[in-house]
Design a protein around this ligand. Structure first.
Ligand code: ARG
Length: 459
C-alpha cells in the first residue's frame, strides 16, 4: 500500500531511496509562511463560492494559523511522510482540525501552490534585498559627500590616466547599484502576479475568484493562462541574473579595494572589522572581506547557469525538474543578503590615505590638458594630441617632468605655447575642468550626490 498523499492509484510502496530523492521538505520548508498564507486565502475563496461553509473556512484558517505558529516557534515536527512543505502543512492541519482539512485542496494542485508560494516568498525576499542595496548606495553617497576634496589617480587599463575625485570613483559604483535597485524593482513587479487558481494545469473548475485571491495575497495582477501559471519560472532566472549582475558590481568594487589597499598603492586601509591576519606572518592584514565578496560572485553565477540548464528543455507544463528551482535561489538570496551588508560595512569603515593618492598623481597625467590648452588657443585637437605626446617624450628623454620643461622647449614643439603653460600643472584645476554633466569637477560630483539623495528619498 502506498501511503503518500497521491497514493490512491498505487499498489507498490515507494523505494525509500526514491522517497528521499523525491522529497523537497528539507529545503522548501523555507516557504512555510507563504504556503500557509496561500492556503488561508484559498479557504476563503472556497467559502466565497459555497464549496465549504463559513464555519469550515474558519476552522481551516484557524488551524492553519496554529501550523504557522509551530513553524515560527520552531516546534513543527517534520514526519517521514512529509514530502514537501505543501503536504507537511496539510498533514499537520488535519491533525488540528480533522477531516475538514481534506476539503482545502478542492480544485487546487500543488503545482498551483508551489508557483504561488515561491512568488510570495521571492517577492518578500527581493524587497529585503532592495533595502540592503539602498543602504549600500546611501553609505557610498555619504562618504562621497564628506570626502569630496580628495583627489586620486584615475585608471584605464590599470595605468595612470587622469586625476579624478575619490568621490567620483566611489559614486561610479553607487550608480551601478542604483541600476541594480531599479532592475530589482522591475523584477518584483513581474514576480507579483498570481498563479493560484490554475489548478494542476487546465484551470480551476469551481469558478474560484482569482481577483479575490490576488487581493488577499498582495498580488498586483492575475496570471491569464493556467498553463503559463503553473510552469513559468522566468522570475527565478531573472532574480538569479539580478543577483549575478549585482555581484559583478560588488566584485569589481572589491577588486579595486584589494588593489588600492596593497602596500604598493596604499590608498585605503580596510577596518580591522573586515580584515584578517596570517597564521604565519605577523605583519599581514589581509582584505579577506573583499576577497570573499569577489569569490562568492562566482558561486552566484553558477546558480544562474545551473538553473538555466534545468529550465531550458522542460516540456509544458509542470515537471518535477522545476523542484530544482528553489535551492539556487535560496543560496543566491542568502549570498546577496550577506554580501550587500558586508560591502556596506567595508565601504563605510575603511580609512582613506589622501596623501598617498596625491603622491601617485604625476605630471604626465596632465598630458591631455596640454593638448586641451592648445585647443583653447585654436589648434585642432588631432594636432595638439601629437604635440602633447612630443612634450611627454621630451620630458621622458631628459628624465624630468613636463612641468620642468622651459617655455622655450614648448615653443619649439608649437608656437602657440605661452607663459601661461605653467598653469596646466595643477591637478585640482585639471579635475575642475571636467565640469560637463557627469564629469569629476566638484560641482558635477555634488550634483550626482544630490540626484542620488533625491532618488533615495523618493524610493
Ligand atoms: N515539491 C514540488 C516542487 O517544489 C511541489 C510541486 C509538486 N507537484 C507535483 N505535481 N508533484 O516543485
Amino acid at each position: 500500500v502506498n501511503k503518500q498523499l497521491w497514493g490512491g492509484r498505487f499498489t507498490g510502496a515507494i523505494d525509500p531511496l526514491m522517497d528521499a530523492f523525491n522529497a523537497s521538505i528539507h529545503f522548501d520548508k523555507r516557504l512555510f509562511e507563504a504556503d500557509i498564507l496561500g492556503s488561508q486565502a484559498y479557504a476563503k475563496a472556497l467559502a466565497k463560492r459555497g464549496i465549504i461553509t463559513s464555519n469550515e473556512c474558519e476552522l481551516l484558517v484557524d488551524g492553519l494559523k496554529k501550523v504557522l505558529e509551530e513553524w515560527r516557534s520552531n516546534s513543527f515536527k517534520i514526519q517521514p511522510g512529509d514530502e514537501d512543505i505543501h503536504t507537511a502543512n496539510e498533514r499537520r492541519l488535519g491533525e488540528f482540525v480533522g477531516s475538514v482539512a481534506g476539503k482545502l485542496h478542492t480544485g487546487r494542485s500543488r503545482n498551483d501552490q508551489v508557483a504561488t508560494d515561491f512568488r510570495i516568498w521571492a517577492r518578500e525576499e527581493a524587497k529585503k534585498l532592495l533595502v540592503y542595496v539602498k543602504q549600500l548606495i546611501y553609505a557610498a553617497v555619504e562618504r562621497a559627500e564628506k570626502e569630496i576634496d580628495v583627489l586620486m589617480p584615475g585608471y584605464t587599463h590599470l595605468q595612470r590616466a587622469q586625476p579624478i575625485r575619490w568621490s567620483h570613483w566611489l559614486l561610479s559604483y553607487a550608480w551601478s547599484w542604483q541600476a541594480d535597485a531599479q532592475r530589482l524593482e522591475q523584477i518584483i513587479d513581474r514576480i507579483n502576479v498570481l498563479p493560484l487558481g490554475s489548478g494542476a494545469l487546465a484551470g480551476n473548475p469551481f469558478n474560484i475568484d482569482r481577483e479575490f485571491l490576488a487581493k488577499e495575497l498582495g498580488f498586483k495582477n492575475v496570471i491569464q493562462n493556467s498553463l503559463y501559471g503553473v510552469s513559468d519560472r522566468d522570475f527565478v532566472a531573472e532574480l538569479l541574473f539580478w543577483a549575478s549582475m549585482t555581484m559583478i558590481h560588488i566584485s569589481r568594487f572589491s577588486e579595486d579595494l584589494i588593489i588600492y589597499s596593497s602596500g604598493e598603492f596604499g590608498f585605503v586601509s580596510l577596518a580591522d572589522a573586515y580584515s584578517t591576519g596570517s597564521s604565519l606572518m605577523p605583519q599581514k592584514k589581509n582584505p579577506d572581506s573583499c576577497e570573499l565578496l569577489r569569490g562568492k560572485s562566482g558561486r552566484v553565477f553558477g546558480q544562474l547557469s545551473g538553473f538555466l540548464m534545468t529550465y531550458k528543455g522542460i516540456p509544458s507544463t509542470y515537471n518535477k525538474d522545476l523542484q530544482e528551482d528553489k535551492e539556487p535561489i535560496f543560496d543566491a538570496v542568502d549570498t546577496l543578503a550577506g554580501s550587500l551588508q558586508i560591502t556596506t560595512g567595508v565601504l563605510s569603515t575603511l580609512t582613506i590615505h589622501p596623501d598617498n593618492m596625491k603622491k601617485n598623481l604625476s605630471i604626465d597625467m596632465l598630458a591631455t590638458d596640454v593638448a586641451d590648452y592648445l585647443v583653447r588657443k585654436g589648434v585642432p585637437f588631432r594636432e595638439t594630441h601629437h604635440v602633447a605626446g612630443a612634450a611627454v617624450k621630451a620630458a621622458e628623454d631628459r628624465n624630468i617632468t613636463m612641468a620642468d620643461l622651459e617655455l622655450s622647449d614648448f615653443k619649439q614643439l608649437h608656437s602657440s605655447f605661452e607663459q601661461d603653460v605653467t598653469e596646466i600643472w595643477d591637478y585640482e584645476k585639471c579635475v575642475e575642468n571636467r565640469s560637463s554633466l557627469g564629469g569629476t569637477s566638484r560641482a558635477t560630483v555634488l550634483e550626482q550626490i544630490q540626484n542620488l539623495k533625491t532618488w533615495l528619498s523618493e524610493n
